[in-house]
Design a protein around this ligand. Sequence first.
Ligand code: URA
Length: 163
Amino acid sequence: NQAKNIVFSDGNPRSKIMLIGEAPGASEDQEGLPFVGRAGRLLTEVIFSLGLNRDEVFIANILKCRPPDNRDPKPGEVDQCFSYLEKQIDLVKPKIIIAVGRIAAHSLLGSDLPMGKLRGKIHGFGSNEVPTLVIYHPAYLLRSPSQKHKVWEDLQLANDFLE
Ligand code: URA
């Protein structure tokens, strides 16, 4: 059950918007691209609701390799990959980061607050305080579609901020 590909990023490195997920799953490992499986297709719809296509945002993950059996990333794995992510953020210089799901939110914000407490406001990432919004993961929305409106609401915050 070894990862086959390094999944680095997709989309436009000049975008104002950078979405950061957790880790590649099976489909992502197959294709070498982030968010291309079932959850990824829903994320593409989430991006549409920002008035953008998938190729107009930059997409990356905390982990660059698929963890065996899709288990949660271990802290050591997050540490190993984090310098690559920081470099990606430095190069893209997004106006806003969208942390997709709990693992991304916790890793970026160094917080362990529940998602209900982290969503709905703009945080600052790192010493440059890059504005960072936290949204529910599309895999969670597939299980709990009644929560979708909260993501749509949160994206309004991103839109208002970018305007
Ligand atoms: N879930 C993630 O967090 N990232 C992906 O790339 C795919 C699914």
